[in-house]
Design a protein around this ligand. Structure first.
Ligand code: JFT
Length: 237
């Protein structure tokens, strides 16, 4: 999968080299390009923001640097020019408080894409015409990672890349660990234990030391159901 990121904070994404995705990048499973939006601002101060038309608080990101940055990333790829909708076309994701909420189901869909482009805005947001203009050449989605307020799209992009990247075959070592996990079967995980069998007076539940695989599976299921009903009843509904 090819992933491009446009941001005014390219260093923010340096951490992807040392995270779980570092190995996937080295082996070519994920090909990552991080682009500094300011490289496409050609005035003396490399300005990327301006005051909002109609008034109001804060600043809005100017369209021209976004247009030039996205042109460079989107040109020459499959579907160029001008027929958005083909499966091989890039999907451009703009993190936005006004977007569809990101879920594990969305992560699974996005893990099947060949080319994702993340546009990370800041300030009060990006000039609306950037979304409208990009949608002429590519599929565009506005996506929010949840109902809390961030200062821009970078943290949201990092969360989405981690969730998507680990679903790509070859990124996570043991594919079985993926299906077992929280949210993949609609339940929270059962509690886990390792050595020692007793620690600070706390014993590991004896069933886990019994060697009875049927009893262990039943206990774990019961724990999952009890935990989910207690802390996330919405997942059982
Ligand atoms: C916040 C964001 C997400 C997601 C993109 C851009 C500017 C700051 C802001 C905050 C509140 C209202 C602008 C962003 C997010 C989330 C994403 C931007 N801001 N208006 N906040 N919270 N869950 N994804 Cl561009």
């Amino acid at each position: 999968m090819r992933i491009d990121i446009v941001t005014i904070f390219p260093e923010f994404f340096d951490v992807l080299d040392i995270s779980l995705l570092g190995k996937a990048r080295q082996t070519g499973i994920i090909d990552l390009g991080v682009h500094d939006l300011r490289d496409h601002a050609h005035d003396r101060h490399r300005t990327v923001d301006d005051t909002p038309y109609g008034g109001g608080a804060g600043m809005v990101m100017k369209p021209e640097p976004w247009g030039e940055a996205l042109d460079g990333i989107l040109e020459g790829g499959p579907g160029d020019p001008g027929d958005p909708g083909d499966p091989g076309d890039p999907l451009v994701i703009f993190p936005s408080p006004a977007g569809d909420v990101f879920t594990q189901a969305m992560a699974r869909e996005l893990a099947n894409e060949q080319h994702l482009v993340f546009g990370c805005g800041r300030y009060e947001g990006i000039d609306q015409r950037v979304f409208d203009d990009t949608a002429v050449r590519a599929r565009v989605r506005l996506v929010s990672i949840g109902d809390y307020v961030l200062n821009g799209g970078e943290v949201a992009t990092m969360a989405m890349i981690e969730a998507i990247g680990r679903l790509i075959p070859g990124v996570v070592g043991n594919p079985e660990s993926l299906v077992q996990e929280s949210h993949e079967d609609g339940l929270l995980e059962y509690p886990s234990y390792t050595k020692p069998a007793e620690w600070r007076g706390r014993a590991v539940p004896p069933v886990l030391l019994s060697g009875n695989h049927g009893a262990i599976a039943a206990w774990r299921r019961e724990q999952q159901l009890e935990r989910t009903a207690r802390v996330r009843p919405d997942l059982l509904a």
